[in-house]
Ligand binder design. Structure first.
Ligand SMILES: *[C@@H]1O[C@H](CO)[C@@H](O)[C@H](O)[C@H]1NC(C)=O
Ligand SMILES: *[C@@H]1O[C@H](CO)[C@@H](O)[C@H](O)[C@H]1NC(C)=O
Length: 263
C-alpha cells in the first residue's frame, strides 16, 4: 500500500435514513410508561440474556453533561473537521496485515476544535477500483479527537472515508427523545368491506385517556402483547385488512434542534 497525503477533508454524508433508524431504535423498558399496565410474562433466562445483548448492542455513548444546549455554531461541523493518517511504526509505508490508524479532530462551525466526544462517526477504507472495502473501528477519546482503525486486507491503493452521521449535539437530542418520548411512531390500519373503507390510528399501548373512544382490541391472546386500533365509525373490527406505519408524532423537536438534522 502506498503513501497518503497527510490530510483529507472529512467527508460529510448525512444519511437521512439514519435519523429514522435512531428514532425507531427500541425504547428502554422502564421508559415506556404508556405500557406500564402491560402484564407480560417475565423473560426466561435465555430471553433475558438475549435482551442483555440487544441492549448492549444499541447502548449509547456517554455524553458529557453540559448545562445548556450548545448554539449551532459550536456544534460539530464536518466541513471544518480533519483527519490525519498516522505513520505506521514511524514510516509512511503499510503492508497487508498491518493496521492503519487515522486520527480525527472534530471542529465546530467556527473552526475551533471540539473538546468533548460523542459524535457519531463511521469510518471505511475502500478501493473503488478493486471493489474492496472494510469498516473501521472508531474510538472516541472523549476530547474531540477520535481514532479510526482499519485492518489492511488487500494490496494496492485505498481511500479512507469518515462520515459524521450525527454530531454529539444531535445525538443528545435523539437520546432525549428515546427516553422521554418512547411512543413517537403511530400506526394505522385500513378497514374495508364492500365499497366502504376507513382508516384509523393504531397504538400498541392504551393512552391514559382511551376510555372515551371505542377501540378494537387485537391483543395477542397467546403472548398477551397489546395492540389496539380506534374503531372505525361504520365498519366492524374484523374488517381490518392491513397495517402500516402512520408517521411520527409531532412536534418531536424544537426548531433550534431541527437545525442539527440538516444535511
Ligand atoms: C485526546 O485524548 C487522546 C487519548 O487520550 C490523546 O492522545 C490526545 O492528545 C488528546 N487530545 C487533546 C487535544 O487533548
Ligand atoms: C383486550 O383484550 C385482552 C385479551 O383478551 C384483555 O386482556 C384486555 O383487557 C382487553 N383490553 C381492553 C381495553 O378491553
Amino acid at each position: 500500500m502506498c503513501g497518503y497525503p497527510a490530510k483529507y477533508a472529512l467527508i460529510f454524508l448525512l444519511l437521512a435514513l439514519s435519523v429514522f433508524l435512531f428514532l425507531l431504535s427500541a425504547p428502554p423498558y422502564q421508559a415506556n410508561t404508556f405500557c406500564s399496565h402491560m402484564d407480560l410474562e417475565p423473560p426466561t433466562p435465555d430471553e433475558a440474556l438475549e435482551d442483555h445483548y440487544l441492549l448492549k448492542a444499541i447502548a449509547w455513548p456517554k455524553l458529557p453533561a453540559r448545562p445548556a444546549p450548545a448554539p449551532l455554531y459550536q456544534t460539530s461541523d464536518p466541513v471544518h473537521s480533519l483527519f490525519t493518517i498516522l505513520p505506521s511504526k514511524g514510516q509512511k509505508e503499510w503492508h497487508v496485515g498491518d493496521q492503519l490508524e487515522a486520527l480525527v479532530q472534530m471542529h465546530n462551525f467556527q473552526g475551533s476544535p471540539k473538546r468533548y466526544g460523542g459524535d457519531f462517526l463511521v469510518a471505511r477504507l475502500h478501493s473503488p477500483m478493486l471493489g474492496a472495502g472494510v469498516a473501521g473501528k472508531v474510538v472516541d477519546h472523549l476530547n474531540g479527537s477520535y481514532s479510526a482503525l482499519f485492518p489492511l486486507l488487500w494490496g494496492g491503493s485505498a481511500q479512507v472515508q469518515i462520515t459524521m452521521v450525527h454530531s454529539s449535539e444531535a445525538v443528545a437530542v435523539l437520546q432525549r427523545l428515546r427516553e422521554e418520548r418512547p411512543n413517537r411512531v403511530f400506526f394505522k390500519s385500513l378497514f374495508r368491506s364492500g365499497k366502504l373503507s376507513e382508516t384509523t390510528t393504531c397504538i400498541p399501548c392504551l393512552p391514559p385517556d382511551s376510555a372515551q373512544q371505542p377501540l378494537c382490541n387485537y391483543t395477542n391472546l397467546h403472548t398477551g402483547e397489546p395492540w389496539y386500533c380506534l374503531k372505525p365509525k361504520l365498519l366492524s373490527c374484523d374488517t381490518r385488512i392491513n397495517h402500516a406505519m402512520g408517521g411520527y408524532e409531532k412536534p418531536l423537536y424544537t426548531n433550534q434542534e431541527a437545525l442539527l438534522f440538516q444535511r
